[in-house]
Design a protein around this ligand. Structure first.
Ligand code: DGY
Length: 326
């Protein structure tokens, strides 16, 4: 008999086929976030679950699943939606999808940085609206990216991949991270480790690359915006909650900083109305990892983790709480 799994929302076809070949799969039939009731009903009696960052996984869900649940395979590298301690207490392994989305997210970070500084979205809307009447010296003047200073808040996998790309734009790269970075890595991209205040004061672009934890919540708020240059842009492809969104909206509105490029929001899918109203802000619907290749690879990592745990009886390769196997 194949192990039973519940998939909280349909994944790209390649990944679904792999899952359907190895497991008895029940999948959310609708292309929308499950209601709480649907989630609780869906997980009941399953051996494994493919959860998404839009699903809060806590004691209630684990109780609804029942004692045969062995693994929560989160379809994301970030797992702030999962109460890992509760899973551990229920002897449920938690896995995530690190590595495969690093370059795709770094690509999007650069796209957002360029779109924001060079006013691509405003220019596109203007051109489509039929307003373009010919080249003009002052039309959509933005700000240069090359030779500017990029401040990376967090220098893990994605932060480093962004630094590699930024080096190609001749940017000066600063970073701040609570974990030390191997010297050969920073030398490779010419990145300099600085304290938080220096990064905030000296950067033209400040890009967030930290996981969401109690320590990183509102890492940027009123005091931090006050230290930034009035020409600075904030870029966020990490998690919305690492920035105090109301404080960011106020800082841009008052001209304290120049603008922002945001792929993530504090209370997704809601967005602060002042950010929506402000043309100096580029807004994306959390698409950092959204390429067919990467979203398929994330699904295949979930497959590998589910397979290891439910079929091979092994510790899954991306297990966040291996102690459940002791
Ligand atoms: C993640 O993986 O954490 C992203 O936010 C979605 O791919």
């Amino acid at each position: 008999m194949q192990p039973k799994i519940f998939v909280c929302r349909r994944l790209p076809e390649g990944a679904m086929q792999a899952l359907e070949g190895a497991f008895e799969v029940e999948c959310n039939p609708n292309d929308r976030v499950l209601t709480r009731e649907e989630l609780l009903a869906g997980v009941a009696g399953k051996d494994g679950v493919v959860s998404l960052l839009t699903d809060r996984i806590d004691d209630e869900v684990l109780d609804a699943a029942g004692p045969q649940l062995k693994i929560m395979a989160n379809y994301a590298v970030g797992y702030n939606n999962v109460d890992v301690a509760a899973c551990t207490a229920h002897k449920v392994a938690v896995t995530n999808t690190p590595g495969v989305l690093t370059d795709t997210t770094a690509d999007l970070t650069m796209a957002l940085l360029l779109a924001t500084s060079r006013r691509l979205c405003e220019s596109d809307a203007y051109t489509r609206a039929g307003k373009y009447e010919g080249w003009a010296p002052l039309l959509f003047l933005g700000t240069d990216v090359h030779h500017k200073t990029l401040g990376l808040m967090g220098f893990g996998r994605v932060g480093y991949a962004v630094a590699k790309r930024a080096a190609g734009f001749d940017m000066k790269i600063l970073y701040h991270d609570s974990h030390p970075c191997p010297p050969e890595l920073k030398q490779k991209v010419g990145a300099t480790c600085v304290d938080r205040e220096t990064l905030l004061k000296e950067s033209d672009f400040i890009s967030m690359h930290v996981p969401l934890t109690p320590e990183t919540r509102h890492l940027l708020s009123t005091d931090e915006f006050a230290l930034m240059k009035p020409t600075a842009y904030v870029i966020n492809t990490a998690r919305g909650e690492v920035i105090d969104e109301a404080a960011l909206a106020a800082a841009i509105k008052s001209g304290q900083i120049a603008g922002a490029g945001l792929d993530v929001f504090e209370d997704e899918p809601a967005i602060h109305p002042d950010l929506v109203a402000n043309p100096s802000v580029v807004l994306l619907p959390h698409i950092g990892s959204a390429s067919i290749e990467t979203r398929t690879a994330m699904g295949m990592l979930d497959y590998d983790n589910l397979r290891a745990c439910l079929i091979e009886g092994k510790v899954p390769p991306n297990c966040l709480n291996p102690e459940v196997f002791n």
